[in-house]
Design a protein around this ligand. Structure first.
Ligand SMILES: [Zn+2]
Length: 198
């Protein structure tokens, strides 16, 4: 499937994915964001987050799925007793939340960790117009996989509490996610995200 000639649905220029697992990339010619799926190629709406640092110090834009959703914890059993941990859990999931899944190529564990950090901080990105000549890191996580990863994100957050989680059952109700492009600077072998957040 991926061996077929890939052409931008907007300008018909050949697309040149860097990663064999690519699911969203940017056309190098017209800058359209293009999703590659089993049925073919589609343009995809990409939301750009405003940068908290000088735009010319941004090295790349990273893909991130953003859901609005609600996590319903139906059972949370622990070995330790820690009232604070239980309260924190109820406080976090007692309301609809923004839920985040990084979509660039990174180890699953690191993606869940970052997603969990963001769920707890609830950053709200400020939308901006598409920057010129933006280097976009290819997305390798589909929307469907992102929804599955969300379960690990929730589990990670709960397992990190100080009351020895033994068993957790929950359901996630989430809207169709938006794909955001988050400005970032290179930091060692990884990235430092630099969006404006409120
Ligand atoms: Zn194009």
């Amino acid at each position: 499937m991926k061996l077929l000639a890939l052409r931008c649905p907007t300008c018909a220029q050949p697309l040149k994915p860097q990663n064999p697992e690519v699911v969203v990339l940017r056309c190098g010619n017209c800058e359209t964001a293009v999703a590659i799926n089993d049925t073919g190629l589609d343009t995809v709406a990409l939301q750009f987050a405003a940068s908290a640092v000088e735009p010319d110090t941004i090295d790349a834009w990273l893909p991130l799925w953003l859901f609005n959703g609600r996590v319903n914890i139906t059972s949370r059993q622990t070995q330790g007793r820690n009232k604070q941990a239980q309260q924190d859990s109820e406080q976090l999931w007692g309301y609809p939340r923004r839920l985040y899944v990084p979509a660039w190529d990174m180890p699953t564990e690191a993606a869940c960790q970052l997603g969990g950090d963001m769920v707890q901080r609830q950053p709200q990105f400020q939308r901006t117009t598409q920057p010129q000549n933006f280097p976009f890191i290819e997305a390798v996580t589909t929307q469907e996989d992102a929804l599955k990863l969300l379960e690990f994100v929730v589990f990670n957050v709960e397992a990190a509490r100080k009351d020895w989680l033994k068993n957790l059952q929950f359901t996630i109700e989430a809207t169709t996610p938006q794909l955001w492009a988050i400005p970032a600077q290179q930091a060692g072998s990884g990235w430092r995200l630099q969006p404006v957040t409120k």
